[in-house]
Design a protein around this ligand. Sequence first.
Ligand code: SER
Length: 536
Amino acid sequence: MKHLSSAEIRRTYLQFFEQRGHTIVPSSSLIPGNDPTLLFSNSGMVQFKDTFLGLEQRPYSRAVTAQKCMRVSGKHNDLEEVGPSPRHQTFFEMLGNFSFGDYFKREAISMAWDLLTKTFELPIERLWFTVFAGDDEWGLGPDEEAEQLWIAAGADPSRVLRFGRKDNFWVMGDTGPCGPCSEITVYLGDDLSKMTPDGVNSDDPDYVEIWNNVFMQFDRATMQPLPRPSVDTGMGLERMAMVLQGVKANYDTDVFTPIIQRTIALLGSDEAHYRANFAQYRAVADHSRAVAFLIADGVLPGNTGRSYVLRRILRRAAYQGRTIGFDKPFMADVIETVIEQMGDAYPDLQLRRQFILETTDVEERQFLRTLAGGITRLGGVINQVKATGSTVLPGEDAFTLKDTYGFPLDLTQKIAAEQGLEVDEPAYDRAMAEQRTRSRAATQFKRGAEAEVWSDFELPATEFLGYEHYAASGRVLALVSGGDAVSAANAGQPVQLVLDRTPFYAESGGRVGDTGVLVGRMGASTSPTRSAPSRA
Ligand code: SER
């Protein structure tokens, strides 16, 4: 078996498929441009979804990518697993080769076999292959089905297993392309005689699934065949690194060790301290990567959607850092290592280095201030609850902490758990739902009012300069505050502006809006409203 660094694995994969007629396509943003229903790109196929469906044509029919992915969302997510678990991550890289109506199972399996056994030189006797039990029904004939193709390539028939729809039929969601799939699992155990089919698709850490080959055949919405059968594959880079570096945790690969070493150096701690507190160090390592890549892709910390996910991850890392001894902001220092390490493969990290570091630092400092206030308040609540002899922290209090102090629920739960208390989550959810209803009603009312004001102006279209310029001069055509057209605004008063020309990109189509400064003719201390035309 070859021993390869993560950068070598990425490069080898891309080159292997490039030599076989694939175009190397850059990773798309973590923010899917073509799918408002998806919070983050969660696999390599996301940027090609419409190509599979035949809605978009590309100048190539074979592609290969290393794709930035995030798998963390909503209430039911794995965030709490990140740290304690040796393999869970929020941000990860997926290597994938794609055929858009070009090759299908035969070539996909033959190339996968060669990459794994000849290029990476994985031991054949440790490889397991799963196939969809329903493959027989779809009429390609046994010689063209995954099971026979793996065996023809050289797999031991006893290690090619059939599984049902749950494990081996891949769907993106309720819509999008889908099809049967075939997964490759490597046995990492020390004793080959203990290897058993029951380990595959189980929680046994000795079995690691490294690669999924999906044979895209149908449109999920209609279950009609796609224009042409296609291929979508996804290999977890960090898992492959684990296998090829002979370790049993993603966090023991070169993807994470430099970040963990940096954390140890910043803390002035040592290997023993890391081993005793590995969950916190690993959470910091994972979250630093997620934060760096999210900010590089234009997400800013905030209270809704993607911005909230970023805020939550950043704050969770900052909190975990405190519990292992950091008493000052440290995240930006850790993220410097992420940028050094990943900047070659993802140049946006280098280009936006300063912005990433500053945004992280500002958010972490703000969190540390709210944390101090929140901890005092939470301490009071915990004492009150304990005084009554209860072990349940009221959900309403947890909600107030979130609403007022920006304390995420998981943080309150963690601190409460340290004191033997459990948060009443249903009550928290109810308080949250009530607040959402209130704020939705308020927003709709305001939007309606503001839309009416805009239509009164009959304004010309704004000229967008942002493709060429970060700074430009222009005129304020209109000013709205609180749903009313106004001719001036006071310091601190939130307003909406319409400009005749602007380098600011507005939030739309899954992109986050630009932020920046508007300066009046007389300089920073002058209100920008001075340049407004009289009709505004
Ligand atoms: N889309 C498939 C997956 O996520 C293969 O990349 O597993």
